[in-house]
Write a protein that binds this ligand. Structure first.
Ligand code: CA
Length: 231
């Protein structure tokens, strides 16, 4: 049995049951399900979850308000959040990600996708980012050295512009983490390139060309942004 504690904040009973059924099938039995943001706040203290599945449309305090509350709390800000969203909530998804939510799953979601996202978040929270200090990142066949501004794929050196390097480094530092275009703009601004969100898309196209054969390292997250493949 998985020992991780999962807090589910969802007001619709059908979805609560669906999530419970699917998580228990995957041996996640350490569950607490609440139907409001207010109750979720109480559960933070009493249950101390390892991850939160958060519906955005809740009566009373909505999901984004809860997210803001959590991320501003010293004690609980590190608890990862996966938002459960409707397709029409694209703006909210982006706001949530920028507030620090880890990921989102759009309703109606497949169980496979939900479980994969949960596992990915757990895997990530166990990863040590010890390579951050050295400025060297190794992800499979890709090696980046920030000090030397050097990128190697399968041992072959790739020449990148300053922006391309910064974008790839930002994504590769946290595999699986979704970055919005706005977050990427903020990371690379003040560069040789007039940075707009559209410009980020252009840079990503350029990056994928340079990563020939390994283009899929950069994944497009529809309606949200980009992430570095996590496996
Ligand atoms: Ca709801």
């Amino acid at each position: 049995m998985a020992k991780e504690k999962i807090l589910v904040v969802e007001d619709e009973e059908d979805i609560q049951e669906l999530i419970r059924y699917n998580l228990e099938k995957e041996a996640y039995r350490n569950l607490k399900i609440v139907d409001s943001g207010e109750k979720a706040i109480t559960a933070l203290k009493l249950f101390s979850p390892d991850i939160i599945l958060l519906d955005l449309m809740l009566p009373g305090m909505d999901g984004l308000e809860f997210c803001r509350h959590l991320k501003s709390s010293q004690e609980h800000s590190k608890i990862p959040i996966i938002m459960l969203t409707a397709k029409s909530e694209e703006t909210d998804i982006i706001i949530g990600l920028e507030m620090g939510a880890d990921d989102y799953v759009a309703k109606p979601f497949s169980n496979k996708v939900l479980i994969a996202r949960i596992k990915s978040v757990f895997r990530r929270s166990k990863q040590t980012f010890s390579d951050d200090d050295s400025g060297i990142i190794k992800r499979g066949d890709l090696v980046m050295n920030r000090g030397k501004r050097e990128v190697r794929l399968n041992g072959k050196s790739i020449v990148m512009t300053f922006s391309e390097f910064e974008i790839l480094y930002m994504l590769a530092k946290r595999p699986g983490w979704v970055f919005t275009r706005n977050q990427i703009v903020n990371e690379v601004k003040g560069d040789d390139y007039p940075v707009t969100e559209r410009a980020i898309d252009v840079q990503i196209v350029g990056l994928r060309k340079k990563l020939k054969g390994a283009e899929d390292l950069i994944e497009t997250v529809r309606g949200a942004g980009y992430r570095f493949k996590n496996d």
